[in-house]
Each structure stands twice: as structure tokens, then as C-alpha cells.
Write a new protein. Structure first.
Length: 31
């Protein structure tokens, strides 16, 4: 139950983190 709550709260943060890294890599590869 606790792990499910942690997963539920960490999922959006992880997606935002991955999206931020992806955008950083794209911006870095363009220059």
C-alpha cells in the first residue's frame, strides 16, 4: 500500500525529470 502511494506520487516527478533531461539532451545536441 505504501509503495503504491510512493509510486503514485513519484511517477509525475519522474516523468517531469525525464522530460527535463530529454529536452536538455536535445538542446545540447543541437549546438
Amino acid at each position: 500500500m505504501t509503495s503504491l502511494v510512493i509510486l503514485f506520487f513519484c511517477a509525475p516527478l519522474e516523468k517531469l525529470f525525464v522530460a527535463r533531461i530529454a529536452s536538455f539532451v536535445v538542446a545540447f545536441s543541437r549546438t
